[in-house]
Design a protein around this ligand. Sequence first.
Ligand code: GDP
Ligand code: MG
Length: 371
Amino acid sequence: NNTMKLSDLAMEMGVKAPQLVKVLMQNGVMANMNTDLDFDTIALIVPEFKWEAENVFKTADARAEETAFGDLEAESIIRPPVVTVMGHVDHGKTSLLDAIRNADVAAGEAGGITQHIGAYSVKLEDGSLITFLDTPGHEAFTAMRARGANATDIAIIVVAADDGMMPQTQEAVNHAKAAGVPMIVAVNKMDKPGANPDRIKQQLTELQIVPEEWGGNTIFAEVSALKKTGIKELLEQVKLLAEVAELKANPKRSGTGLVIEAKMEKGKGPVATLLVKDGTVEVGQYIVAGHMKGRVRSLTNDKGERVQSVGPGLPVEVLGLEAVPAAGDKFDIVKDEATAVEVSTLRKEQAEKSSATPNAKMSLEDIFSKV
Ligand code: GDP
Ligand code: MG
């Protein structure tokens, strides 16, 4: 990502710029005094002058990784899967997310009111957890992928049993396929008189989504979000799929993950919902989210409880950032203020560079036609 101007390189090496231009041309690279040279090009030509190129430029992500702290070699644990619900409008995404939220045994235990923070986790009867992104539809998913981030481990494709496959159903399937994310089809509205799950299986088979009972490898779970039937079974299938995926994380290292959503709130300042993908986030730690830095002032989970720390696979609302990051931004816990400044500065530079290139802003179609 980093470049050096030819004239600066010449100065640095103590050679005349035209000499560099000449060697570049011998190597098939047209250049002048003002050409920005990338590392690979520099490495190609400097041996000619008895120099060796060392890449001292660091990307922000590499710096964050290098300065990660905690027990980096600790044994990994299985983390909760992160699930996105997608599907055609009115097929019942919001209703299904609500029904799933109600199936949370922990919510019953605590008697708490669940907070809408952009993601929530449900506890199954055996104690295992599943995290759901609370933004149905494609927006969250594509915002993440536009930044090269993949928050989701499993996609639930909702199809209304009385309506069948629709354009956005196909789109959702394409999203999941493009991201390489395993999917489960939730055939919803099974309570409706016109419900015809076989027709949906038939239609999806045309997209190479073949049900297990037909010799394929996709689970079709029949549910009614309205009557809350089949929800437990659906969650059980998600759990089984997650077990196959063996999603592992090290809770003893410094936290890292993604911003799910963020906004400015009166009296609170920037409020961001983070999804911890690896490590643990603790109150008091320094953080960089996108290129916004800060210090974790408070952590609130999806049950509205203040917590001191949060581990991998879980969402949490964080206060203490100096400004609002964007959905899909990567976040890292860093060891001190100086590292926070360094990583945020590097990210800012990278962001400025990539926004200067014309194809930095991609539409949904761009993203998926590129994969
Ligand atoms: P979304 O646009 O995909 O989020 O769909 P919604 O969850 O908003 O649901 C659209 C409509 O379908 C609403 O009127 C829901 O009450 C209804 N609906 C959702 N799930 C079911 C279901 O299982 N059975 C029936 N009969 N209606 C449902
Ligand atoms: Mg909805």
